[in-house]
Design a protein around this ligand. Sequence first.
Ligand SMILES: Nc1ncnc2c1ncn2[C@@H]1O[C@H](COP(=O)(O)OP(=O)(O)OP(=O)(O)O)[C@@H](O)[C@H]1O
Length: 253
Amino acid sequence: MMNAARSKTSDFLLAVEGLTVSFDGFKAVDDLSFYLDPKEIRVIIGPNGAGKTTVLDLICGKTKATSGSIKFAGKELTRLKEHQIVHSGVGRKFQTPSVFEDLTVFENLELSFPRGHSVGGALAFKRDPEVIEAVEEVAATIFLTDALNEPAASLSHGQKQWLEIGMLLIQKPDLLMLDEPVAGMSVAERKKTAELLKVITKDHTVLVIEHDMQFVGDIADRVTVMHQGKVLSEGSIEHVKSDPKVIEVYLGH
Ligand SMILES: Nc1ncnc2c1ncn2[C@@H]1O[C@H](COP(=O)(O)OP(=O)(O)OP(=O)(O)O)[C@@H](O)[C@H]1O
C-alpha cells in the first residue's frame, strides 16, 4: 500500500498508525491508521459514536492511547503531555466557542499571541508593533477587521467561531484541528468559513470533523470515513459518497 510505504519516510505531517483506545474494554478507536500531507485539508466524517472526537482528543493529548502511534512532524505525540503537544504546533478548537466575552476582538487575539504570559500578564503587557501587526493580519483573515474594538459578546455565533479560529491562528500551529466548525452557522457564514479554511491551508494543515456534506464537499482534499473506531472508507468526496459501505452506515440515514 502506498501509505504504508510512505510512512517509513517523514513526508507526512501527521502519521497515525494502529491507534487504539479502550474505555472499560470498549474500543472507541480501534487500530486506526491515517496520514496527513502538509497543507492538506482532511475531513473526518461518520455516524455518531464512530470515534471522531476521540481521535482529536488522542492527537491533542487530552486522552491517552491504549496502543499505537501518532507521529507529528516526526515526533511521537503519544508520550507527550497536552501543553507539550501545543508547543509542538498542534492547535485544537472545540465545538463550543470559548472566547472571552467581555474583552474586545483585539484583546482576545492579543491574549492568544504566544509569549507565555498568563491572562493578566498578557493584558498588562505593552502593545508592541509585532503584536499589533499579528492581530491585524489575523483579524483580516477571519473577517473581523471592522470588529476589532467590539466586545466579543457583540459578535454573532459564527463570528465567535471565526474569532476562536483566529486565536489558534495567531499561535501559528502547523496543524489545526476543528470539531464541527460550521455547526449553528448560517448558509452565508458556512460559505465564508469554507473560504477561510482555503486561505488557512496555504500555511497550515487542517483536520476537521464535520457532518454538513455540502461543506465537506466545499473544503476537503480528502475525506476519512470512520465507523466503530475504524476507517470505513477514504478518498475524494466523490469516492466516499459513492462507496456502498458509506451509504449503508452513514449517508443513507
Ligand atoms: N472518556 C470516555 N469514556 C468512556 N467512553 C467514551 C469516552 N469518550 C468517548 N467514549 C465513547 O466512545 C465512543 C466514540 O465517541 P466519540 O465522541 O469519539 O464519537 P464521535 O464520532 O465524535 O460522535 P459524535 O458525532 O456524536 O460527536 C462513544 O460510544 C462514546 O460514548
